[in-house]
Design a protein around this ligand. Sequence first.
Ligand code: PRP
Ligand code: URA
Length: 212
Amino acid sequence: MQTTVADHPLIAHKLTLLRDSSTDTPTFRRLAYELTTLLGYEATRDVKLESVQVGTPVGIASGVRLARPVPLVVPILRAGIGMLDGFSSLLPEADIGFVGLVRDEQTLLASTYATRLPEDLTGRDTFILDPMLATGGSMETVIRMLADRGAATVTAICLVAAPEGLARLGTAFGGEVPPIHVVTGAVDAHLNQKGYIVPGLGDAGDRLFGTI
Ligand code: PRP
Ligand code: URA
């Protein structure tokens, strides 16, 4: 597994605002959008392309377009929805799938309550959106779903990751999975006893969409 910590100054600046508990929900949503565009730029660096030619007003230009089949992006509900508009602004041609997961607050195990994915992902680049990589259980579940459907690559984009979650993903898969790349804005110190990232930013879903 490859991990990229995208430590661009603008990412560090916006992430600091995002973490601040005095940041209100509208600002939090805007920052999540902006951070996803910056992280998404890094995460799509190796997206598959194919050659095309276009006619310009004065000649023929050789260029590229996204390879077919187009990539699939999967926000993990709920909080991943807060990253979808930002990612779609970069890659509007991508198809969108959905997986709904919720962590049990006692056991920290993620359970699936919704799945809407293509059955066959053969040859496709795939991207997973989730602001928080904590224990890594949610991300591991979705990576397995995409790998089982034949995805060519899996790139997970997170705003904040915990070392525990990265370590888990690093050992969770055997040889039969596609290349996995995690792109994150920061790797924080550790998880607390309730499975929250420290210092993190709290409950990303609640900060985006309200407390359940
Ligand atoms: C949060 C977060 C991740 C998950 C990370 O979701 O958005 O999906 O926890 O934790 P993990 O790495 O330990 O699995 P939550 O279950 O709180 O649901 P929500 O997005 O609906 O708020
Ligand atoms: N989910 C969150 O929203 N925040 C954390 O710190 C961990 C899991």
